[in-house]
Design a protein around this ligand. Structure first.
Ligand code: PEP
Ligand code: MG
Length: 571
């Protein structure tokens, strides 16, 4: 029977394909006493052997489909399974405690994991993650449960999950993963942002996709309207195939604007820039005719790995981006982890409110080694293009001053050592905390530019977790309260002769764009895939008329009124 689930349209496009459920398996078990230790140990050996056989197959497949780099992860897992110390400890526990294999496996591996996690040496710390993964696989065999493996999907599928972490998303192979639907998340959750940058159609926040969908169901992910169709009729599939074709045609029309300037009817030029997460994204940035990179989220360099990236590795990534952008501006944001972006290898204690906690610049101002390494890599890369640096999550002027002081210290040291550093690097901040928006006139005297991070600014102003679909109704970019904050920031910048950009998702939103244009925003940074559509819209608007529209919007009472205003007058 065909069913439709409603969710949040997170990444535009339409995907039709077979469901692949990426659900965390239930590995719960009960502790039981045993009478025969030898039987239990032979169960252990057979589960370990099956896990090894799995890993050999996965490794071979990874090598062919994904390359040596990803395949080597499984070499490390195989090594753990052949480690006599680990296996003997589990066997000893079975014999001594006369408990079932599952309990002995869990207790022993937990002990090894916490031992490795506490070690200073980064290489040793990595082993903790390997042991966790491997013990999960052995446990799954003991319990007869099948484990999903997102990185190894090698047929065309639509992924169904409760949630996808940013690193799950990064592992998805675009060749095979046609789209995804999740239970939780909002338009600005990082998996949604990554889906847009990878141009994978996605619907998030469906609340029930993972329950309602079985492996192999035929799924349509309608990332334009936020719908997921389960086993639709042939007519519905046909309708979507037609819609997919017209969407592709529309994209061809927009593509003609690739090399055109982004100018309004009355001659106001604004910059349309792209948000990126890695040097690989630059290809899309150039294809979509971006005039710069307005946000390089460097934290993705630190993810999907077991240790911090070295200065050299970072330098190479930043240099590549700067060189490929060939003199166009590149705004690099310093490390912004925390919230839904965690780095397990840093072993930070879990927090009650990660979005309000020890993250981004707060962490960098404590962990100087991590921060200074990144600053050095950036400064060295500055010689290869038009670099601008910005700090995330700035809440006070003191934070900005401290971060700037560290940057200047590193710069001085490099220059003293004869290393070439650009001397005109603009230094800005993200405005994503209301205290900073309110004091923007003070900040504007000290920074070179602002980039408004509305994903967080809305979350903090409306007190609505951007990941929580139950409060997603409060996630209101068009709320006049948000528009007033944005106006304050833009005016504050202009009063000091500085520029103001926006790199939150609101910058690429077709309802928001006319208002932002009227408020005088200088730079709009968005997913590369939204740029041409935004350019086509801006070229049809007059900035003078948008000033009036923005005035009207600022005087309204609700987000819906603002939305209706723009829809009636512009779209
Ligand atoms: C933002 O908060 O608007 C932003 C661009 O940063 P991120 O989405 O990475 O938190
Ligand atoms: Mg943010």
């Amino acid at each position: 029977m065909s069913t439709i689930l409603k969710g949040i349209a997170a990444s535009s496009g339409i995907a039709i394909g077979k469901a692949y459920r990426l659900i965390e398996p239930d590995l719960s078990f009960s502790k039981t006493a045993i009478s025969n230790a030898d039987d239990e140990i032979s169960r252990l050996h057979s589960a370990v052997n099956s896990a090894k056989a799995d890993l050999e197959v996965i490794r071979g497949k990874a090598l062919v489909d994904l390359g040596e780099d990803k395949a080597s992860i499984f070499d490390a897992h195989l090594l753990v399974l052949s480690d006599p110390e680990l296996l003997t400890s589990i066997e000893d526990k079975i014999r001594m405690d006369m408990k079932n294999c599952e309990s002995a496996l869990k207790e022993t591996t937990d002990m090894f994991v916490s031992m490795f996690e506490q070690m200073e040496n980064e290489y040793m710390k990595e082993r903790a993650a390997d042991i966790k993964d491997v013990s999960k696989r052995v446990m799954a065999h003991l319990l007869g449960v099948k484990l999903p493996n997102p990185g190894l999907i090698a047929e065309e599928v639509v992924i169904i999950a409760e949630d996808l972490t940013p690193s799950d998303t990064a592992q998805l192979n675009k060749q095979f993963v046609k789209g995804f639907a999740t239970d939780i998340g909002g338009r600005t959750s990082h998996s949604a942002i990554m889906a847009r940058s990878m141009e994978i159609p996605a619907v998030v926040g469906t609340k029930s996709a993972s329950n309602a969908i079985e492996n192999g169901d035929i799924i349509v992910v309608d990332g334009l309207h936020g719908e997921v169709h389960i086993n639709p009729t042939q007519e519905v599939i046909k309708k979507y195939e037609d819609e997919l074709r017209s969407f592709e045609m529309q994209k061809l029309e927009w593509a003609l604007l690739k090399d055109e300037a982004t100018e309004t009817l009355d001659g106001k030029h604004v910059e349309l820039a792209a948000n990126i997460g890695s040097p690989q994204d630059i290809e899309k940035v150039l294809i979509n005719g971006a005039e710069g990179v307005g946000l390089y989220r460097t934290e993705f360099l630190y993810m999907e790995r077991n240790q911090l990236p070295s200065e050299e590795e970072q330098f190479e990534s930043y240099k590549t981006v700067l060189e490929k952008m060939n003199g166009k501006p590149v705004v690099v944001r310093t490390l912004d982890i925390g919230g839904d972006k965690q780095l397990p290898y840093l072993n930070l204690p879990s927090e009650m409110n990660p979005f309000l906690g020890f993250r981004a610049i707060r962490l960098c101002l404590e962990e100087h080694d991590i921060f200074r390494t990144q600053l050095r890599a950036l400064l060295r890369a500055s010689a290869f293009g038009n670099l601008k640096i910005m700090f995330p999550m700035i809440a006070t002027l003191d934070e900005f001053r401290s971060a700037k002081a560290l940057l200047l210290e590193e710069k001085e040291a490099l220059v003293e050592n004869g290393i070439l550093v650009a001397d005109d690097i603009e230094l800005g901040i993200m405005v994503e905390i209301p205290s900073t928006a309110v004091l923007a006139n003070q900040f504007a005297k000290e920074v070179d530019f602002f980039s408004i991070g509305t994903n967080d600014l809305i979350q903090y102003t409306m007190a609505a977790d951007r990941m929580n679909e139950r409060v997603s109704y409060l996630y209101q970019p068009y709320n006049p309260a948000i528009l007033h904050l944005v106006k304050m920031v833009i005016n504050a910048a202009h009063n000091e002769g500085k520029w103001a950009g926006m790199c939150g998702e609101m910058a690429g939103d077709e309802i928001a764009i006319p208002i932002l244009l009227g408020l005088g925003l200088d730079e709009f940074s968005m997913s590369a895939s939204s740029i041409l559509k935004a350019r086509s819209l801006i070229k049809k608007l007059s900035q003078n008329e948008m000033k009036q529209l923005a005035e009207e919007a600022l005087g309204m009472q609700t987000a819906n009124e603002v939305m209706d205003l723009v829809k009636n007058k512009i779209l």
